[in-house]
Design a protein around this ligand. Structure first.
Ligand code: 4AD
Ligand code: MG
Length: 438
């Protein structure tokens, strides 16, 4: 297996090279681990797809290759070529016996050696993101996003690009980040929903993937200040239609990961059984009333009308082994734009999708109030300024139709699929209150 330049073997990814036993290959990447046993130097090289052991034998390798391997430090950029041989002791079951070894760039003493605390690791996040574990999360995340995009694409959804700088709150003033916009107040978007609603009158089924911002008061394992939000909005759709899309989207992501990121799942130590159960979109659904009943049965003291927080959600997930919906929340718990149930106006046609295994809410959605007067009344009731929502109200004046949609927290979905215990590791550069670096 030879290529042009200098007669060197073809350059391949480590994952591919592991399968080329008996052939020549060339790999490049960064030094993940190194042991010098005198006769041989073992260099484990890491690239975007995995790791491979390179063996530089002092007795047989060219002297310049030996010198380069000796000089290589952890995280140095290197390249090596030679014959691939099976060896059960090597990671992946094969190793590369070096006939050549080049040191492209020697790394200084790498500040992460293992065993450091989380605080320190967050300070060097720009280096920590190279870890095999986090790299597996980035790949899994890519695969999940790709599967959702494919699902939407194949089912007639238009991808649109709403703004991030906005003029008013979607999800309440308490979590707004304010921006000075040429001397006027603007905000970072909490949700693209209102813009998507405006777009359904031309495109009917729209979706977007944007960052959303929430100035959350409390620190939790599942809240970010800046997160990735996948939102859909559909004309002519009722709450149940939107719930079906939500379930199919999540099931598509799960199937995508099971098929396309199985190595990542095993590297993360993630059990696939819960994921296999979630691969079909027939998720159960309970009402808020039933949720209250189920909570009481487990001894949780909760009154009808109380909000269900992370603790209550965790208890509810004990009843289900797949994702499940909670619907028909009391009106006062949810946003003003949710349409009340015509048969029972004290509850709204809103739904949450909760991930099992204690994870809780990953999606929030609803049927929207599509009547001008009713929406205006709700805006006033909430003490909001109707002027700020004039364009949003306008949408109910020119050909209003029933419509529904939802927002999916991508980071929360990845957190559950990957089995992470903190949302910060679902994305490379999470923002923290005391740390907007790196
Ligand atoms: O439930 P939320 O607040 O709903 C909305 O924003 C709607 N306007 C969406 C819509 O209907 N188009 O947020 C939707 C989802 C949540 O279910 C959660 O997964 C995620 O966004 N989310 C967060 N993820 C990480 N950190 C936070 N601080 C989050 N807040 C919400
Ligand atoms: Mg919500």
């Amino acid at each position: 297996m030879s290529s042009g330049a200098g007669g060197l073997p073809a350059l391949v990814k480590t994952r591919r090279a592991l399968g080329l036993v008996g052939e020549e290959a060339r790999v490049r990447g960064w030094v993940y681990r190194k042991r010098d046993l005198g006769g041989k130097i073992f260099v484990v090289v890491r690239d975007s797809e995995g790791v491979m052991q390179v063996v530089v034998d002092r007795a047989t390798a060219p002297p310049e290759a030996v010198r380069a391997a000796e000089a290589a430090t952890i995280e140095s950029a290197v390249e090596a070529w030679g014959r691939v041989e099976a060896d059960p002791r090597a990671p992946g079951g094969a190793e590369l016996r070096a006939e050549g070894f080049v040191l492209h760039s020697r790394a200084e003493d790498f500040p992460i050696k293992g065993g450091e605390g989380v605080d320190y690791l967050l300070d060097v996040r720009h280096l920590w993101i190279r870890s095999r574990r986090l790299t597996a999360v980035w790949r899994l995340r890519h695969v999940a996003l790709h599967a959702m995009r494919r699902y939407l694409d194949e089912n007639g959804w238009w991808e649109v690009s709403p703004p991030i700088l906005t003029q008013s709150a979607v999800e309440g003033g308490a979590t707004l980040f304010e921006v000075n916009f040429f001397g006027r107040k603007a905000y970072l978007s909490q949700s693209a929903q209102f813009y998507l609603e405006a777009l359904i009158y031309s495109l009917e089924r729209v979706w977007s993937l944007t960052t959303s911002f929430r100035a959350e008061r409390s620190r939790t394992r599942r809240h970010l200040y800046e997160y990735w939000h996948l939102e859909t909005e559909e004309a002519w759709a009722r709450m149940r239609d939107s719930m079906r899309v939500a379930a199919e989207l999540v099931a598509a992501a799960v199937r995508g990961v099971l098929e396309g990121a199985s190595e990542e799942l095993s590297l993360l130590g993630r059990s696939t059984e819960p994921l296999e159960r979630a691969a079909r979109p027939d998720y159960p659904s309970i009402t808020y009333d039933e949720a209250v009943e189920l909570l009481r049965r487990k001894g949780v003291s909760v009154e009808w009308g109380d909000d269900l927080g992370a603790d209550e959600e965790r208890v509810l997930t004990g009843y289900f082994d797949t994702p499940f919906f909670v619907t028909h929340f009391p009106k006062h718990l949810k946003s003003f734009y949710m349409k009340p149930d015509p048969g029972r106006p004290e509850v709204v046609l809103g739904f949450d999708l909760l991930a099992p295994e204690g994870y809780g809410e990953v999606i929030g959605g609803s049927e929207r109030e599509d009547r001008y007067e009713a929406l205006l009344a709700r805006i006033r009731e909430e003490g909001l300024n109707p002027d700020e929502y004039r364009w949003y109200l306008d949408l109910r004046r020119y050909g209003s139709v029933p419509h529904s949609g939802f927002g999916l927290g991508v980071d929360r979905l990845v957190m559950w699929i990957a089995g992470l215990d903190h949302i910060r590791d679902s994305l490379p550069f999470p923002r923290f209150r005391d740390r907007i670096y790196p």
